[in-house]
Ligand binder design. Structure first.
Ligand code: GDG
Length: 461
């Protein structure tokens, strides 16, 4: 059996996994476990003199190989290029993009360093699966070092069309690097279309009748592989969590009110401000909901050294404070805002207690919270998912109430519809949603990506 090497910016080591929030860690573990492979990436540590060799640890049948960065490198590559340039750009937020040549150089250097280390670990026949926007320059760097292994690249976040992507000064370098992969995977058709449009209209490439894309003198496959979740795990966690102390505290404190829940990394792509405003709109236009609903927003701290994220945190505090100040009563507040990380099991329990899951990103590659919320419901009394049309998840979650997160009035109406929805309709929608989750779960995602990679034709154009 061929060995799988997963490469991602951050390696979630077994010991700190429970405490970390993030979609990727949840996504790749099962694939690695099944193939007894290696996970390579950054350790999560900075040091003034990083070791010249990766640190290698084996645990539970998986080999973890990690490297450190210096604090300055981390700042320029991760806080700078990854999260102040690429993240806003790929989420269609040109106005938030900050760009500097120094940060771009740091990104290219770190990607080259990943390639240097990987080249010493890779054996012929290994299959390499690279994850996400932090490592877009890596396929090209690996080929420069003579590696001929199969390389797959999966982008977890959206890809905008060339009209936006080409604002990035290094667009050609990054797309040229992706073209060196054998398979490039995306969350949705829209992301794939953006990639194809780049190949056809920007790079002067072409698409072959079998769907393969040719650009920059290379031929590669590109496809849609929407990520799913481990449905059974989430179901089991949610049932178990019914006895959890914190979950009980939440349920008791809600008493006969209806709970609306939002769970996100604290990130401007998630639409948390719009969501809080929508709750305010609901209470303004339908005051009979006063004292009858509670909105719990969990916002896990994320990228706390990036200026825009600090600003967002203050904005959310201001916004939640305003809505509470306006609508609270002496014995009730509409919004409970929690700026911290909860254990996964408790989250599962919170989802189950909530009548409405409010997932309203302004743009999101997929959004696993939407899927987790559905999987955690009690089949005999399920809650309702209100979901942004701009989450990749909206494509195959037709049982949700789909909203435009830029339209407060529509969101308030959707909340009203969800809160009033009769049990038979809730059950019917939930069954539809669960069916879709089960048909396309986490194992389906990694299996179909890896099967396609393993059978892709390997030839330069
Ligand atoms: C990227 C893409 C894509 C959140 N708060 C806590 C916590 N979480 C967990 C959730 C969920 C994960 O973090 C977040 O995943 P999302 O998919 O919602 O979003 P991103 O982190 O932005 O992930 C996204 C994903 O990659 C996978 O491809 O879906 O579009 O942006 O699992 O449950 N986990 C814990 N405590 C928290 O407080 N334990």
């Amino acid at each position: 059996m061929t060995r799988l090497i997963v490469v991602s910016n951050r390696v979630a080591m077994p010991r700190d996994r429970a405490a970390r929030a993030g979609g990727l860690a949840v996504g790749v573990l099962s694939a690695l476990k099944r193939s007894g492979g290696m996970w390579f990436g950054w350790s999560g540590e900075t040091s003034e003199s990083p070791a010249p060799q990766p640190k290698v640890v084996k645990s539970g049948g998986i080999t973890y190989a990690t490297i450190d960065f210096t604090a300055d490198e981390f700042d320029a590559y991760y806080n700078g290029y990854c999260n102040s340039t690429l993240w806003p750009l790929l989420h269609y937020r040109l106005g938030l993009v900050e760009h500097s040549r120094q940060n771009q150089d740091a990104y290219m250097r770190i990607n080259a360093r990943f390639a240097d280390h990987l080249a010493t670990l890779v054996r012929p026949g290994d299959v390499i699966w690279i994850h996400d926007y932090q490592l877009m320059a890596l396929p090209g760097e690996l080929r420069l070092r003579g590696l001929r292994n199969r390389i797959g690249f999966f982008l977890h976040i959206p890809l905008p069309g060339p009209e936006i992507f080409c604002a990035l000064p290094a667009h050609k370098q990054l797309m040229g690097s992706l073209a060196e992969a054998d398979l490039v995977g995306f969350q949705t058709e829209s992301d794939l279309r953006a990639f194809r449009d780049y190949a056809l209209y920007e790079a002067g490439g072409s698409q072959r009748p079998d769907g393969a894309i040719e650009m920059f003198g290379r031929r590669l496959r590109a496809g849609v592989f929407p990520i799913g979740i481990d449905v059974e795990e989430m179901k089991a966690l949610a049932v178990e969590a019914e006895n959890d102390e914190e979950v009980r505290r939440l349920a008791d404190s809600i008493s006969s009110r209806q709970l609306i829940i939002g769970v996100d990394r604290l990130d401007y792509s998630k639409g948390i401000l719009n969501r809080i405003d929508a709750v305010g709109e609901l209470l303004t236009t339908r005051p009979d909901y006063r004292n009858r609903i509670t909105f719990v927003q969990i916002a896990a701290p994320s990228r706390i050294d990036v200026a825009r994220y600090k600003k967002l945190r203050r904005e959310i505090e201001g916004c939640a404070g305003r809505v509470n100040g306006k609508h609270a009563e002496i014995d009730w507040v509409p919004i409970r805002y929690l700026n911290r990380v909860f254990p996964r099991r408790q989250l599962a329990g919170f989802y189950r207690v909530a009548r409405v899951g409010l997932v309203t990103p302004l743009r999101d590659g997929m959004n696993l919270v939407a899927k987790e919320y559905v999987a955690a419901q009690n089949p005999s009394d399920p809650g309702v998912l209100v979901l942004s049309r701009f989450a990749g998840a909206a494509r195959d979650m037709k049982g949700a109430i789909i909203v435009n997160p830029f339209d407060q009035v529509e969101m308030a109406e959707a909340l009203d519809q969800a809160l009033r929805m009769p049990l038979p309709e809730r059950q019917e929608r939930w069954r539809k949603l669960m069916g879709a989750l089960q048909r396309n779960d986490l194992a389906t995602w990694s299996d179909s990506f890896l099967d396609t990679l393993n059978t892709s034709e390997r030839a330069a154009a």
